[in-house]
Design a protein around this ligand. Structure first.
Ligand code: ZN
Length: 226
């Protein structure tokens, strides 16, 4: 009950400040596309303004797990600011493992994961599919299709155990990124916690999502679809 009152108070405070700021919520709207199990992207969807991260992010700020990792241009520029700040704070090891993914790539990943469960653990196919559904988005339902989602790692370490993760948890919002899949919101997002997965929504939205301590689904429900 007490928690509900606090949440309500925060909502009221934030809405007052938004109105005072001249209803700026729409300014980041292009970056609020919702892609999840219930909201697949349209078939043939290809996001606008994709760039190769290595063309935008100066060498030395990060490495790449494989060649050709792409993302939205504005998001890539936001990574430049974020990674520059993180380096200044003494965290210099960052590796991108995923950015934009095509729908065909997604289907491959899904099929390979199912096959892997069947081969390695001897799971029956229907069970392997069920387990895969917990961690891999079926084709069309991955945020990676938008060019706004990125997986970042530290080579040789579990990202959730790194200083980089603690830094991201505190600062990613300031650069327009949100920690998209947290334990707290598993039921809403449909995904288990992923400490390495960051979604670009623009600074204004990210800061509000942090302030509200919510997830993208709830944020859109409360703020955008009114
Ligand atoms: Zn991801």
């Amino acid at each position: 009950m007490k928690q509900k009152i606090v949440v309500l108070l925060i909502l009221i405070l934030v809405s007052v400040s938004v109105i005072a700021a001249g209803e700026e919520i729409g300014s980041g709207e292009d970056f609020l596309i919702l892609v999840n199990r219930d909201h697949p992207v349209a078939e043939g969807y290809v996001p606008a303004d994709l760039v190769l991260l290595e063309d935008v992010i100066p060498e030395g700020l990060c490495t790449y797990e494989h060649e050709g990792i792409m993302g939205n241009r504005e998001a890539a520029l936001a990574w430049v600011s974020l990674l520059t700040a993180a380096h200044a704070d003494g965290l210099d090891e960052w590796r991108f493992s995923e950015g934009y993914r095509t729908i065909a790539d997604q289907q491959d990943l899904f099929d390979r994961t199912v096959q892997d469960y069947m081969d390695r653990v001897g799971m029956p196919e229907d069970f392997a599919i069920e387990v895969t559904m917990d961690t891999v988005a079926p084709a069309g339902t991955s945020e990676h299709h938008t060019g706004l989602a990125f997986d970042i790692t530290v080579p040789g370490e579990y990202f959730g155990d790194t200083g980089q993760y603690l830094w991201m948890k505190e600062h990613c919002w300031e650069y327009g990124f949100i920690l998209r899949y947290t334990e707290e919101w598993e039921d809403e997002t449909g995904y288990m916690e992923e400490e390495w997965h960051y979604r670009y929504v623009g600074v204004e939205n990210a800061m509000k999502i942090k302030e509200l301590d919510t997830c993208l689904e709830q944020y859109l429900f409360w703020w955008i679809e009114e």
